[in-house]
Design a protein around this ligand. Structure first.
Ligand code: KET
Length: 446
């Protein structure tokens, strides 16, 4: 007991604590130096807090930074880099920012639901301007802290209004999905998605698992450019997925973090979401502008809940705001203004599309070069064509944990331990080196 009172040391005791300590006979009899000595042995209140493991994705960037080898390559996080492997700020973003400075936009708080012009723009980008769900005001849209924050708001809404309902997530999926639902105390399980034998979609497994889930489950779907596999259902398969979800009264929950990055076209990449909207289904869509506008650190995205009536949308929106207020009060304005300016101006919108095509195009070019390098260097006859079939920012290499460790420890190629590499972080100049690393890891490590 005495030692706990001494924990602050005699020189930093606050008046209230000094008064308390006057009642303590131990203190009265001890000299100043004895008091200081006891500080050293006092265990911290945080003794019970163990070291958290590094994040499987963002932790890779931390490890990369610490590596001094000049050959090092960061293919961990899905963040676009130029051919010189530098971060890229889109020209259209700079233009929108200049406009904001010229206008002298203020820094007042936004409403809890975010910037109205952004919410309008983001829903239109997703469903297409003039879509009936927008015209009939059936979508509850609120600005979120990028994709992650928007998913987290939806998870909180599920926990509050659908107690016990389960979320089904693809196996595998983006690593943070599980954290998000765990933290929101929403139970989840997995549906089959990736088939290592075919290095493709396990479509039958997926359909069967969705069918067998308890009626009214939430089915988390990647709108496009599935992370980490880079394998998307075909348009025909999306129709069947929608059929079984409808049959079982499930609620689809789309995560759209790569709109424009799969095909290079914003509209094409929204086709899955629009298919569900056309069927008059109720569903969730979380959006992110981290990748397609390169606004990673601005934390700009949205959660949209498509409801069957305008009245339900108003109520849902009010509850999303209620969840947001004690979490972070209201969202940041900077990224919201950028998106609103870019989408709301025909010229800038056109420029954005061109830059997005350029980014998606660069990734396709390195994808091809990596494939060519693997085929020309690897004499084993292994079929590497799966790399060309995958889409989006990533390639799911099929390398296991030990092989991925070899990529990092021996070759200084930083990647996630599930075998995913971000092609957005690869340059043409590094393709041959990467191919050597992959071939060595694949054939010489088991
Ligand atoms: N969904 C998916 C599927 C996704 O890959 C990411 C980010 C997000 C949502 C969230 O991004 P935000 O920046 O919150 O809008 N993925 C990359 C970065 C990360 O892990 O945070 C990644 O997989 O590398």
């Amino acid at each position: 007991m005495a030692s706990s009172m001494l924990s602050l040391g005699s020189t930093s005791l606050l008046p209230r604590q000094i008064n308390k300590n006057k009642l303590n006979p131990f203190l009265r009899t001890k000299s100043l130096s004895r008091v200081t000595m006891s500080v050293a042995v006092k265990p911290s209140r945080f003794e019970g807090i163990t070291m958290a493991p590094p994040d499987p994705i963002l932790g890779v960037s931390e490890a990369f930074k610490a590596d001094t080898n000049e050959l090092k390559l960061n293919l961990g996080v899905g963040a676009y880099r130029t051919e010189e492997l530098q971060p890229y700020v889109l020209n259209v973003v700079k233009k929108a920012e200049n406009l904001m400075l010229e206008r002298g936009d203020n820094k007042e708080y936004l409403p809890i639901e975010g910037l109205a012009a952004f919410n309008k723009a983001t829903a239109e980008l997703l469903f297409g301007a003039g879509h009936p769900v927008i015209k009939e005001q059936k979508v509850a849209t609120i600005q979120g802290l990028s994709g992650t924050g928007s998913l987290r708001l939806a998870a909180a809404l599920i926990e509050r209004y659908f107690p016990g309902a389960k979320v089904l997530i693809s196996a595998p999926t983006w690593g943070n999905h599980k954290n998000i639902f765990n933290d929101a105390k929403v139970p989840w399980s997995e549906y089959r998605y990736y088939d290592p034998k075919t290095i493709g979609l396990d479509f039958n497994g997926m359909i069967q698992d969705i069918k067998e889930a308890p009626e009214g489950s939430f089915i988390l779907l990647h709108g496009c450019a599935h992370n980490p596999t880079g394998i998307d259902p075909t348009p025909e398969q999306w129709v069947k997925i929608a059929d079984v979800i409808q049959e079982k009264n499930h609620i689809p929950f789309f995560d759209v973090a790569y709109q424009g990055f799969a095909s290079g076209s914003l509209d094409e990449d929204a086709a899955s979401v629009r298919l569900f909207a056309e069927r008059g289904m109720e569903f969730f869509v979380a959006q992110s502008y981290s990748k397609n506008l390169g606004l990673y650190a601005e934390r700009i995205g949205a959660i949209n809940v498509v409801c069957s009536s305008a009245d339900a949308a108003i109520r849902v929106k009010s509850q999303l705001k209620r969840i947001a207020r004690p979490m972070y009060s209201n969202p940041p304005v900077h990224g919201a203004r950028i998106v609103a300016n870019v989408v709301g101006d025909a010229t800038m919108f056109g420029e954005w599309k061109a830059e997005m095509e350029m980014m998606a195009g660069r990734i396709k070019t390195v994808r091809q070069k990596l494939y060519d390098s693997l085929v020309s260097k690897d004499k084993s006859g292994k079929d590497w064509s799966f790399i060309l079939k995958q889409i989006g920012m990533f390639s799911f290499t099929g390398l296991n944990k030990a092989q991925s460790d070899n990529m990092t420890n021996k070759w200084h190629v930083y990647m996630t331990k599930d075998g995913r590499i971000s092609l957005a972080g690869l340059s043409m100049a590094k393709c041959e080196y990467l191919a050597d690393a992959i071939i060595d890891s694949y054939h010489n490590v088991s």
